[in-house]
Design a protein. Structure first.
Lengths: 147, 199
């Protein structure tokens, strides 16, 4: 029994959603294909990449990436090809331009603002020491009945 | 009365949050992708005619008048839904309607059109989906408005309805035709002024 478990564990492989049998002349192209379909977003799905989607368009686009790779296109050219057809949506790593500035710089700007507010608050709290003058101590003595 | 200003911070944060979230609610369907091809020429292609496989259709066949190109398939349920509206447009509206049969089997497509009637002037066979990718199609049906020069002017994703025709497609078509007419009469006027100066 233990032996069987061992065998099963040893010979199990990680599952992958999309299995296309694309022939690649070398492992370099295969790896780039994998990286590209991981990085491109399926246009029909809200949050799945091309690699993880079973939709028809994702299948077509995986085939298209394969075709472009075999044609000798660079990664940048392939991303461009997709961008020209599907726009910002298809890139999980959005390009740095007008409409995506908020995406790139929003979080760090918010972080800086938060740190700034935090420091201001802490400094303000530190400055607000309890200072008692003569009238306060008199009143205190009066209240606790020690004269 | 003095107000501790730091007490206002949560209020401001809350107001900001409300603002950002209300923007999020006002966004339309998050599935919607704006088309990258608006104002760009219809992509080049060379594909067979569904009913006449000998004939090759190219982007030039879509030029010359304001027209509609509809991406459809027999496997697409919403194409069935919009079919009556396409029939109405082909019957009642004065506009050329072309079909792009997307990722389909031609035998099935021909049978489908015979069974439900054919609203298209001709059908482009895009059985590999290559033209659809060049058009940035991400789901059928999609309808493109093409101007006289073969430039894409508008795209609608999803089934066409009478409301969408009235509110989205027809205004674009009417505007393009008005511009076209203006451009034509503009030529005539400049032509006339030339002859006038000659006199």
């Amino acid at each position: 029994m233990r032996c069987l478990v061992f065998v099963v564990l040893f010979f199990s492989f990680p599952a992958s959603a999309a299995i296309d049998a694309y022939p690649f002349p070398n492992d370099g192209l295969r790896d780039r294909h994998k990286v590209l379909i991981d990085e491109l977003r399926c246009p029909q799905c809200l949050n799945t990449n091309l690699a993880g989607s079973d939709s028809m368009i994702a299948k077509d686009l995986r085939r298209e990436v394969h075709r472009l790779l075999l044609e000798g296109k660079s990664d940048e050219e392939i991303l461009d090809f997709m961008y020209q057809r599907y726009g910002d949506f298809i890139l999980y790593k959005p390009r740095l331009q007008g409409g995506t500035l908020v995406l790139w710089f929003g979080p760090p700007v918010l972080l800086i603002i938060t740190v700034f507010i935090l420091i201001r608050l802490l400094v303000a709290r530190k400055g607000r020491r309890l200072v008692m003058d003569k009238s306060d101590t008199d009143r205190l003595k009066e209240l606790i009945g020690k004269n | 009365m003095t107000v501790n200003k730091s007490l206002l911070i949560p209020l401001v944060v809350f107001a900001l949050l409300v603002f950002v979230l209300s923007l999020g609610f006002r966004l339309e369907d998050p599935h919607f992708l704006p088309s990258e091809l608006i104002n760009k020429p219809f992509p080049e292609f060379q594909l067979r005619d569904l009913h006449d496989p000998e004939r090759l259709i190219t982007q030039n066949d879509l030029k010359g008048e304001v027209s509609l190109a509809n991406v459809w398939a027999t496997w697409c349920p919403n194409c069935m839904v919009e079919h009556p509206e396409l029939m109405r447009i082909s019957r009642d509206e004065d506009i050329s309607l072309y079909g792009i049969n997307y990722n389909d089997e031609s035998v099935k497509a021909i049978a489908w059109l015979r069974r439900y009637e054919n609203p298209f002037l001709f059908n482009i066979v895009d059985d590999k989906g290559t033209l659809a990718i060049d058009l940035g199609v991400y789901g059928a049906p999609e309808t493109f408005v093409i101007d006289t020069d073969g430039v894409i002017q508008y795209r609608h994703v999803g089934a066409l309805t009478r409301e969408i025709w009235d509110s989205e497609i027809f205004p674009v078509v009417a505007l393009l035709r008005a511009e076209q007419k203006k451009a034509n009469t503009g030529h005539e006027i400049t032509g006339r002024s030339k002859t006038g100066s000659e006199k």
